[in-house]
Design a protein around this ligand. Structure first.
Ligand code: UT7
Length: 329
């Protein structure tokens, strides 16, 4: 989706749990150290839900914050998309639960599965549906409760993830502001490198599969790292090229917050100065589909960007999926 904007951001919101899990806490759980985690990932702490807290709670809180920020009432929303891989249940869609809680009686709601890329995929889908003319007020939410599928005995993965959700309200563009470009890609060849093999139809939750922890996250960290860097560079370069822009045009770049070293490796190629590069991975770890919309809401609400600012966003996740977007706020 490139060219004249059709849909623009009217408001942003975020929700993260109050509970903080620090590197020092993790030192008591697995054989790790604050030093290793900080040097290899940049993460110092992450927010985690109380066990049993569903994604819909965070998603609804983020949605209500975005609605308030946009000055839009829940009943005005006609489309709800939730990008997530940790919905409350296999069905119904978490988007339907959020729809009910915000009073969006006439909306259509559905979930979208693209792992860490879920929010940018959702932005593209909602933007296209608004561009077609059928919808006027869309909520795009990205969020995950990845701690619900973490193996807390596996130091390779348990130090990386946190919980959270972010949301935007979209409406028709005023002609200048809005989504200027998006780029989505996937490649299923690498699906085995980052996956949650249990819980689906492949490995239903039998006692044996639960015993073997198939319901937890499996990741080949080093391989994922390598692909993440190459793919995020590809995505950001492509969306900028197609828009006839360079990183110098950006007021802010929001990369997926998985690992500070990935962000730095991507930025080696683009050389975005620190004041234009958004980083909050030290506070939240990797919140999957929540990562980009949480960062966007924080950037808007802290005044780091304002109406008219050009924001680039780029992400990478399981699938593999990767994506980028350029928006004029
Ligand atoms: O959203 C997209 C999803 N995920 C990602 O983007 C994650 C991508 N991958 C990464 O961020 C990094 O690969 C990790 C942070 C997961 C790992 O960092 P790394 O620099 O690639 O480390 P490594 O996997 O090569 O492991 C190096 C060593 C190993 O020990 P040996 O074999 O060298 O003796 C690991 O066993 O570090 C060890 N190790 C740890 N040590 C202390 C792995 N995890 C830990 C830990 N604490 N938590």
């Amino acid at each position: 989706m490139n060219g004249k904007p059709h849909a623009m951001v009217l408001g942003t919101g975020r929700a993260v749990p109050d509970k903080v899990l620090t590197n020092a806490d993790l030192e008591k759980m697995v054989k790790t150290s604050d030093r290793w985690i900080t040097e290899r990932t940049g993460i110092k702490e992450r927010r985690v839900v109380e066990p049993g807290t569903p994604l819909s709670e965070l998603a609804t809180e983020a949605a209500l914050a975005a609605l308030e920020n946009a000055g839009v009432a829940g009943e005005e929303i006609d489309l709800v998309i939730v990008g997530t891989v940790t919905g409350d249940m296999k069905f119904p869609a978490t988007a339907c639960l959020v729809q009910e809680r915000i009073g969006a009686k006439s909306a259509v709601g559905f979930d979208l599965s693209a792992a860490c890329s879920g929010f940018l995929y959702g932005l593209q889908v909602a933007g296209s549906l608004i561009a077609q003319g059928g919808y006027r007020r869309a909520l795009v939410i990205g969020g995950d409760v990845l701690t619900s599928m973490v193996d807390w005995d596996d130091r390779d993965t348990c130090v990386l993830f946190g919980d959270g959700a972010g949301a935007v309200v979209l409406g028709p563009s005023d002609g200048e502001r809005g989504i200027l470009g998006t780029y989505l890609k996937s490649d299923g060849k690498y699906s085995h490198l980052l996956c949650n093999p249990g819980c689906g139809s492949l490995n239903p939750p039998t006692p044996e599969n639960v015993r073997d922890k198939l319901h937890t996250i499996r990741m080949e960290g080093r391989e994922v790292f390598r692909h993440a860097v190459v793919s995020m560079v590809d995505a950001l370069k492509t969306v900028l090229d197609e828009a006839g822009m360079t990183v110098d045009d950006l007021d802010l770049l929001i990369p997926h917050q998985a690992n500070l070293r990935i962000i730095e490796a991507v930025n080696k190629r683009f050389r975005v100065p620190a004041e234009k590069l958004f980083v909050n991975v030290e506070q939240y770890g990797n919140t999957s589909a929540g990562s980009i919309p949480i960062a966007l809401a924080e950037a808007c609400q802290s005044g780091r960007v304002e109406k008219g600012s050009l924001v680039g966003m780029v992400t990478f996740g399981a699938g593999f999926t990767w994506a980028s977007a350029l928006i004029r706020l």
